[in-house]
Design a protein around this ligand. Structure first.
Ligand code: GLV
Length: 335
């Protein structure tokens, strides 16, 4: 029986040509939907009607969405973060949730480093003046030899640490589960306060959980050096954005380079857009065409695995594999 698959992920459409072909070759009835904003559950449900599997951008999947999509068996997240998916509701509904770890770490680390260099050397503001026809030389800050604080030092944080070694940086990290690979790179695991007070650059690489949501707020920003920069290529929800705007405008920290926001797309008149010394990019950390191809392939493989009766490789709600609701749905789709 052919599976109906819906992608609401523009990046999959743009870079996943081979992945699209492999799903179609396997007999999937594939719809590449566009114009489904991350928070618009109604549009999401309408676009995904009768879907067996979906390829999801940062769309919100909650109890209501799962109820409205009773045939859904798999949410294949195009990317690593799954904070927009209610995993418990997915498991209750018998829906497997997968992500694509391992293929995008270096690409995201590249952007984190680029933002660090960009904000420190004022590349964004210098380039803007050139486009305006001016010649305005601006003073920046060194990156080489400075102290980098990684909040979250999993695969991506460790990839950033590898780059930082080449820049002779002292590397601190705050993570509840220190990785051997990071220690071998010379990363020193320290308490959060110590990291904030010692770092010249604080780079966020943590997942959003109940504990980490808003973890960089007024108090934490007050602990940072006035010469320090905040870099965020992880999730906007880790940061209290109003506190950040205040800290920037008061000169409490030197600047921020951000690729992720509490609400995306960032609204046109959001105060961050006008805050002092910010370098803002529109959530492009994963967006290289090479990486897009890799992520799309892993996201599509999750669907192909399940269609072929196998558990996908990167299931994030593993309890669902024992769920009678899922088994019933899979049985129905085979008859
Ligand atoms: C990107 O935001 C991801 O979750 O991979």
């Amino acid at each position: 029986m052919s599976w109906r698959v819906v992608s609401t992920c523009p990046a999959f459409t743009e870079t996943g040509r081979e992945a699209v072909q492999s799903l179609r070759r396997a007999g999937c009835d594939l719809t590449l939907a566009s114009g489904v904003p991350a928070n618009d559950r109604e549009k999401l449900v309408a676009a995904s009607k009768d879907a067996d599997a979906v390829i999801a951008a940062l769309n919100v999947y909650d109890e209501g969405v799962f109820r409205a999509l009773p045939g859904l068996k798999l949410v294949s997240r195009w990317g690593v973060g799954f904070d927009a998916v209610d995993l418990e509701a997915a498991t209750r509904a018998g829906v497997i949730v997968t992500n694509t770890p391992g293929v995008l770490d270096e690409t995201v680390a590249d952007l984190a480093f680029a933002l660090m260099l960009g904000i420190a050397r004022r590349i964004h503001t210098s380039a803007a003046t050139m486009h305006e026809g001016a010649w305005s030389q601006q003073w920046g800050a060194d990156v080489n030899g400075k102290t980098l604080g990684l909040i979250g030092c999993g695969r991506i944080g460790t990839a950033v640490a590898r780059r930082a070694r080449g820049f002779n940086m002292t590397i601190l990290a705050y993570d509840l589960f220190p990785r051997d690979e990071a220690r071998e790179l010379g990363v020193q695991f320290v308490p959060l306060d110590e990291l904030l007070t010692r770092s010249d650059f604080v780079s966020l690489h943590a997942a959003v959980t109940d504990e980490s949501r808003g973890m960089i707020g007024e108090q934490q920003l007050a602990h940072m050096k006035s010469s320090a920069f905040l870099i965020n290529t992880a999730r906007g929800a880790l940061v209290d954005e109003s506190a950040l705007v205040q800290a920037l405008n008061k000169g409490q920290i030197a600047g921020a380079a951000l690729d992720a926001y509490c609400v995306e797309p960032l609204t046109q008149f959001h105060p961050l857009r006008h805050a002092n010394n910010v370098l803002l990019t529109p959530h492009i950390a994963s967006l290289t065409t090479d990486n897009g191809r890799r992520i799309s392939e892993v996201a599509a493989n999750a669907i192909l695995d399940l269609m072929n009766g196998n558990a996908p490789k990167f299931v994030v709600n593993r309890d669902v594999l024992k769920s009678p609701a899922l088994r019933a749905k899979l049985k129905d789709s085979q008859t």
